[in-house]
Design a protein around this ligand. Structure first.
Ligand SMILES: Cc1cc2nc3c(=O)[nH]c(=O)nc-3n(C[C@H](O)[C@H](O)[C@H](O)COP(=O)(O)OP(=O)(O)OC[C@H]3O[C@@H](n4cnc5c(N)ncnc54)[C@H](O)[C@@H]3O)c2cc1C
Length: 503
């Protein structure tokens, strides 16, 4: 109750706090509860409203990295229909209330903490996935998680380009890119969206596609979190042609440069890299295996063991410490075999965890060795011993095939085949530990850029919130200028201001 009163008082400040000083939203001297109560009578019967004194409240606030990312809400509205989203957004607009849509609750950037109070628009009830009549597309709800969509499609022998971790939403990764197992074949997730239904800041519903509101559609694909709430969207659906073969390899640290040089050769054309090949790894401590951090590396291929063998051979020739082979892995099992499933460490919630991504054109031996040495050092500290450095590299043929100017996505995202991210799970949530973790992340990032002349680029969905606009949205002046112009046109009051905001 105390929280609600505070929020009601903040209402007045809220009108002033909107970055664009809106002309319309004069916060009324009505309590938030009154405003929401008026709204509730118009919502669908399945919608639910929760306040801080409800028993469910704490669970509705849990996020992937809750202690670090903690947008503050006065009320949670679990919307159950597109009209619910419209009505809730319109109410927020009319009353100058900030709001934030939540689907997977795995958003990582600390800019989300700028939501000072307001409405959490919980999208999870919009979680349907349907293969469309002609079988070439699927319609997905704006609150669907990856495991829901992957399994619904799999039941019809279909797959779509979603992200990797089962616990994350489809739309969250998609609007910033969407790296995945299938990107080598079909491009990023955002390259596969056909159309979207979008609720704008004033509650208006619009369709966005290459033919309807194409400028909004352009912006949604790369900077979408800044433009609206997607209630549903249509993506390309593909027939599943084959199971996968997956090698899980562990190398001692002395093989690091050799393994990553192999990856360079696959990327620069020295070795043939088929679009169906995925290579990805982590630097991690596995104490029973080695006193030093090891390189856990995955080589996967959508095909049989015989088809995979030529691509796995050079990795096996480097004599991993351990080799595990999984054959006939179906697309759902693939998430478990590669530790991206709901039970995997990455999907646990309420974690003290931080990190920020680095995209690179190729692996540089001095850089990776320096980063490794720093990592080996801080993971000796028991507070940081569960940290990893991700070494992701899923193939780029499908990504290169798309004109970089045809979507808002930063051109560097399409150019750089390597995505590497220091991720630190830390024990303790005190200021010193958090600051130390962040400082190690910065040191590893600096090291990874050694011998790299290109301007820094961080995948917008792996950003922590302190990166520059150019680092996230691209160094081409025209691209950021175009995005800023579209932002003025489509969200003039900057209601969507909390996810690596453009303004
Ligand atoms: C464990 C983990 C695994 C990840 N795996 C991948 C991966 O495989 N590939 C990849 O590319 N990225 C991945 N990411 C990064 C991921 O893309 C971002 O963290 C993404 O923002 C998560 O979306 P979410 O819906 O889960 O989070 P949320 O916190 O719910 O949402 C993130 C942002 O999207 C907005 N949003 C949510 N739903 C909607 C909607 N329907 N319409 C409009 N805006 C909406 C929210 O308002 C918020 O600003 C991963 C992150 C984590 C923590």
């Amino acid at each position: 109750m105390r929280h609600v009163l505070v929020s009601a008082a903040l209402l007045l400040q809220g009108a002033l706090a909107f970055p664009f000083t809106p002309a319309h939203p004069i916060a009324r001297a009505e309590s938030l509860r009154q405003i929401v109560s008026n709204l509730t009578s118009y919502l669908s019967p399945e919608a639910e409203v929760h306040y801080p004194n409800d028993t469910e409240w704490a669970s509705l606030l849990i996020r992937g990295s809750s202690p670090r990312v903690y947008p503050d809400y006065s009320v949670v509205i679990e919307v159950a229909s597109e009209a619910d989203v419209q009505l809730t957004v319109q109410t927020a607009y009319d009353n100058g209330l900030p709001f934030l849509a939540i689907s997977g609750a795995h958003g990582w950037t600390e800019t989300l903490n700028r939501l000072p109070y307001g409405i959490q628009i919980r999208m999870r009830k919009l979680n349907t996935t349907t293969v469309d009549a002609d079988g070439t597309t699927a319609t997905i709800g704006g609150g669907s998680l990856q495991w829901e969509t992957t399994r619904a499609l799999f039941a019809e022998n279909k797959q779509a380009v979603t992200g990797l971790c089962e616990c994350v939403s489809i739309i969250g990764p998609l609007m910033g890119g969407g790296h995945s197992f299938l990107q080598g074949q079909h491009g990023f997730s955002l390259d596969n969206i056909v159309s979207a239904r979008v609720v704008l800041a004033n509650g208006t519903l619009v369709e966005a596609s290459n033919t309807e509101n194409p400028d909004l559609f352009w912006a949604l694909r790369g900077a979408g979190h800044n433009f609206g709430i997607v209630t549903s969207f249509v993506v390309k659906a593909y027939d599943i042609a084959s199971d996968w073969t997956v090698y899980s390899l562990i190398y001692t640290q002395d093989k690091l440069e050799q393994v990553l040089e192999l990856v360079n050769q696959f990327e620069n054309g020295t070795l043939d890299r088929p679009a169906k090949l995925i290579t990805t790894g982590t630097l991690v401590r596995i104490p029973p295996l080695s006193d030093d951090p090891v390189l856990a590396y995955t080589v996967g291929y959508e095909g049989t063991l015989n088809e995979t063998a030529p691509y796995a051979a050079p990795f096996l020739a480097l004599e991993p410490l351990s080799t595990q082979l999984n054959t006939s892995v179906d697309f759902v099992e693939l998430y478990t075999v590669t530790q991206n499933n709901l039970d995997a460490q990455a999907c646990t919630r309420n974690n003290s965890i931080t990190g920020s991504g680095v995209s690179l054109p190729s692996w540089k031996p001095t850089a990776i060795r320096t980063a490794y040495n720093i990592f080996a050092n801080y993971t000796l500290d028991p507070r940081f011993s569960a940290a990893v450095i991700l070494l992701e590299n899923y193939g780029m043929d499908g990504v290169y095939a798309v004109d970089p100017n045809s979507t808002a996505l930063a051109a560097d995202e399409r150019k750089n085949p390597i995505m590497t991210t220091p991720i630190i799970w830390y024990v303790g949530n005190d200021t010193d530990t958090r600051a130390a973790a962040l400082s190690w992340v910065g040191k590893v990032k600096d090291a990874l850029y050694i011998d790299d002349e290109s301007p820094r680029h961080t995948y917008v969905n792996y950003a922590i919130g302190s990166e520059s606009l150019q680092e996230l949205y691209g160094w081409e002046e025209w691209r950021v200028a175009k995005l800023e112009g579209l932002k003025r046109a489509w969200d003039p009051y900057n209601a969507f201001a909390y996810y690596n905001p453009l303004v």
